[in-house]
Design a protein around this ligand. Structure first.
Ligand SMILES: Nc1nc2c(c(=O)[nH]1)N[C@H]1C(S)=C(S)[C@@H](COP(=O)(O)OP(=O)(O)OC[C@H]3O[C@@H](n4cnc5c(=O)[nH]c(N)nc54)[C@H](O)[C@@H]3O)O[C@H]1N2
Ligand SMILES: Nc1nc2c(c(=O)[nH]1)N[C@H]1C(S)=C(S)[C@@H](COP(=O)(O)OP(=O)(O)OC[C@H]3O[C@@H](n4cnc5c(=O)[nH]c(N)nc54)[C@H](O)[C@@H]3O)O[C@H]1N2
Ligand code: SF4
Ligand SMILES: [Mo]
Length: 704
């Protein structure tokens, strides 16, 4: 029996775990009370790591698809075949694409190898989950502060008022904000007299513990944020304080903002001018306050505009870079200091001419790059730890497109809705055979910290770690084309070098197995700015143009949207990738549509009835649950389901597959600045599914 300290790799919270093992078997997993950051917190997903390790559907050897069947093969043969096939496609003028999914953000060693794979494949623009997620944060930061990785973090330990737009940390455990034990931290904020306000079209779990909750029309957050800025202005509460000399373009910004009128803004977001003024007065009262926005705000048609405006509210109230406000980290490994600032529009996508953003093309554009003939048409695709058929808008179109590829390789432990199209699936070992360091998460944590968790054991015989697979895949593809790559990056040595730059070493960090608390954030401006003149660009030209052009037009038109669809997360899920864990699969059906009773009545829908939700992209059938927690006119459906597609090999998830939210989202709805999908606010229709006689009997049995 042994007990290992560990960090949970599943979500951004990075909770400290104690993993008890017997041989290679996990006996128990519990929260590590000695972890200075997570303080013993653990959620059901942390315990489910045991299920991930023991998953009978987890592949243990490379698999080759032969027709509808899969053949296990050895690594050298699989890699050599892939290399040869890739080189032949390239030699014949075919294009290639690389998609990188969410779990790569939680595996530092994997991230070190993707550059080599990109080089070997000869791809310029990358596809990743970033453009269905946080790219608007990065782009707004790039334009404002001169570096895309300069994330302002809510200082929850010292604030007096936290306002959350479009985030539900009680379910998600925080995002672009590593804040484990968040529920207790909210309670501590309230116990010291502080407040939490939640702005969300659904009275979410987080709204349930908030001091105030306000509904908002999906996609309309910029209207509220401009309203808040105008209300601060009217009340003489615009007080940037020590930030003022750092503000470039401040006057031009206000000239543009003052062209908007409060009643129009209020109408657009479904608030009253007085309610906007009241919140502005609270935010501008001189105390430390902070506005934070997350995925409900970033995955919207005006995602980048919204994040820019959130930063501007924090600046206007003097709460950027202030204790208790939105602060910048100085992590043990400074990824901002160690990487380029970012980019926008250096080159464009082939079919629709989307500008690259941070070197990426919109994930929504992958399908058209595969299906549109011409020079550079994508014929070879590598997917590393991603499931875009379920995670990217109009998954049905991508699903169909993938079937036409000449070569597809998935680095994935499972045959999923996406990897079922692969010609080769290369599966990594279980998570506990991998080292862990929060390379991308420590920089967004509410406190500075460092923690290294070594692998508990070596991969089982014949299995490999993700980083080894990606490094070897890169090599195989390079060799077949006569390309020379530098030797692969050795993860631990690289980590040690990166820590040394900040005055630490891997040995020193590893000597603190529960984690090393490096203290609360400190004011860092203007030093931390990456703009040449160390000033904040408050009025970047593309955002000013978006504000006065596209947004102003939207505000003037405000088409009556009818019913719109938004998403949600459940504490017992993580995107599409934990559905096969028995511990998480149990309990009531999670893939249900939530809707307001008034909307249900208008459409003849009873609580629990099977409904058909349809959009311009497709239709799904799910049970409906009626709740006053939904704003009228808005339907909520979780994402990450839809494991019932033919050929998926997820026994447990497949027993209750649910429907994919992204069979409804539209490829045409994006934030054109960041290329990020507008996942929220999809126009939909809803109707009860008329029961077939056989189903009617089943329904009677259920109710009886
Ligand atoms: N409608 C809607 N769509 C959304 C969202 C939403 O809120 N609404 N959220 C978006 C967000 S925020 C994100 S991040 C994306 C996620 O989008 P993706 O990253 O494309 O998808 P995931 O569902 O996270 O799937 C991850 C894949 O990695 C595999 N995997 C799990 N662990 C490992 C590992 O250790 N190694 C390897 N190699 N593979 C592994 C899983 O089997 C799974 O196939 O989805 C986005 N899509
Ligand atoms: N349990 C669990 N945890 C997770 C994940 C998971 O799948 N499950 N996924 C992880 C990932 S990859 C990410 S990126 C994070 C995301 O973390 P969060 O951003 O906290 O994600 P959600 O829980 O989806 O919360 C988004 C909220 O936005 C609301 N919303 C929708 N549209 C709008 C709008 O137009 N305006 C406003 N103001 N609100 C809106 C929704 O109702 C929802 O409550 O979670 C991570 N953690
Ligand atoms: S909150 Fe996130 S990091 Fe913590 S145990 Fe749950 S999944 Fe793991
Ligand atoms: Mo995400």
């Amino acid at each position: 029996m042994a007990i290992h300290t560990r960090t949970c790799h599943i979500c951004e919270a990075n909770c400290g775990l104690l993993v008890e093992t017997e041989g290679r078997r996990v006996v128990s997993i519990r929260g590590d009370a000695d972890d200075p950051i997570s303080r013993g917190h653990v959620c059901p997903k942390g315990n489910a790591i045991a299920d991930l390790e023991a998953d009978p559907d987890r592949l243990t050897a490379p698999m080759k698809r032969v027709g509808k069947d899969w053949q296990a093969m050895d690594w050298p043969t699989a890699l050599a075949e892939i290399g040869t096939r890739f080189a032949a496609i390239k030699a014949a003028g075919g294009g290639a694409a690389l998609y990188i999914g969410n779990p790569t953000a939680h595996d530092f060693s994997l991230g070190f190898q993707t550059g080599a794979l990109k080089k070997a494949m000869g791809v310029r623009g990358l596809y990743s989950a970033s453009t269905v997620d946080q790219m608007p944060h990065q782009l707004a930061q790039y334009w404002l502060y001169g570096h895309n990785a300069l994330f302002p973090i809510p200082d929850i330990e010292r604030t007096r008022h936290l306002v959350i737009l479009g985030g539900n940390p009680l379910a998600s455990n925080g995002s672009v904000w590593t804040v484990p034990d968040v529920k207790r931290r909210i309670a501590e904020l309230q116990a010291r007299g502080g407040r939490l306000t939640v702005i969300d079209p659904r009275r979410s779990e987080t709204a349930g513990v908030a001091d105030a909750h306000h509904f908002i029309r999906p996609g309309s957050d910029p209207a509220l944020l401009i309203g808040l800025l105008l209300a601060l202005d009217e009340a003489g509460l615009v007080r940037p304080g020590r930030l003022l000399p750092m503000l470039d373009g401040w006057d031009a910004l206000w000239t543009a903002l003052r062209r908007f009128d409060m009643p129009g803004l209020a109408r657009a977001c479904g608030w009253t001018p007085d309610a906007i003024r009241a919140l502005a007065a609270e935010l501008g009262n001189g105390e430390p306050t902070v506005v934070y926005g997350r995925i409900g705000v970033s995955t919207a048609p005006f995602g980048t505009l919204a994040h820019w405006l959130i930063n501007l509210v924090n600046i206007a109230t003097g709460n950027l870079d202030r204790e208790g406000g939105a602060m910048f980290s100085l992590p043990a490994i400074d990824i901002a200091g160690g990487s380029g600032p970012g980019s926008h529009g250096r080159f464009h996508s082939r079919v629709s001419g989307h500008p690259e953003v941070m070197g990426e093309f919109p994930a929504v554009s992958l399908a058209e790059e595969i299906t549109t003939p011409g020079e550079g048409q994508v014929q070879a695709l590598v997917v590393v730890a991603g499931n875009p058929v379920l995670s990217v808008p109009d998954g049905g179109a991508l699903d169909a497109a993938l079937a036409g590829l000449k070569l597809m390789v998935s680095v994935d432990p499972h045959i999923t809705a996406t990897s079922r199209h692969a010609h080769y699936v290369l599966p990594p070992c279980g998570p506990l055979a991998k080292d862990h360091y929060p390379l991308l998460l420590a920089p967004i944590a509410f406190r500075n910290f460092a923690k290294f968790s070594p692998a508990l054991w070596e991969p089982a015989e014949g299995q490999k770690r993700d980083w080894e697979i990606v490094a070897e895949l890169a090599r195989a593809i390079a060799v077949a084309q006569g390309i020379t790559l530098p030797p692969p990056v050795a993860p631990r040595a690289q980590l040690d070098r990166m820590l040394a730059k900040g005055g630490l070493s891997l040995a020193e960090v590893a000597a603190h197995p529960h984690g090393l608390d490096l203290g609360p954030h400190q004011p860092r401006l203007p030093d931390r700015l990456f703009t040449p003149d160390k000033r904040i660009r408050c009025a970047p030209e593309p955002l000013m143009a978006d504000l006065t052009g596209r947004f102003a037009d939207w505000l003037a038109q405000q088409p009556e949207p009818g019913l719109t669809l938004i998403g949600r997360r459940h504490i017992r899920s993580n995107n599409s990738w934990l559905g096969n864990a028995p511990r998480l699969a149990k309990g009531p059906d999670k893939c249900v549509a939530l809707l307001n009773p008034a909307d249900a009545a208008a459409h003849g829908i009873a609580d629990g009835a099977l409904v058909r939700i349809a959009s311009a992209a497709g239709a799904v059938e799910v049970p409906a649950q009626l709740t006053e927690a939904m704003m009228a006119g808005v339907v909520s459906l979780p994402h990450g389901f839809g494991h019932g597609r033919p050929g998926v090999r997820l026994g447990i998830a497949g027993a209750r597959p649910g429907a994919s939210h992204n069979d409804l989202t539209l490829r045409s709805r994006i934030d054109p600045l960041s290329g990020t999908a507008a996942l929220v606010g999809t126009p939909v229709s809803i109707a009860p599914v008329e029961p077939e006689p056989a189903f009617a009997v089943a329904a009677e049995e259920r109710s009886g």
